[in-house]
Ligand binder design. Structure first.
Ligand SMILES: [Zn+2]
Length: 70
């Protein structure tokens, strides 16, 4: 077995101001107006940003988005 896991991992950039704004401006539930719980995950390998917004009141996921980062 080759355990040579030595490849340099890409650095993940922080969210840009525009991306933060994007998240912050869409953090209300369209149904009840409550603040959504936003979950943002980054996938280091392919530079994807996965965003989930869930309303704790309605208990629905209002959206899941994948952003491609460069
Ligand atoms: Zn709601």
């Amino acid at each position: 077995m080759d355990q040579h896991n030595h490849s340099s991992k890409p650095k993940v950039p922080e969210l840009t101001a525009a991306e933060k704004l994007f998240v912050e401006t869409q953090n209300q539930c369209a149904l009840c107006g409550s603040a959504l719980q936003i979950t943002v995950e980054t996938y280091l390998e392919d530079y994807y940003l996965r965003e989930e917004a869930e309303c704790p009141v309605c208990n629905v996921k209002t959206r899941v988005k994948n952003h491609k980062m460069h």
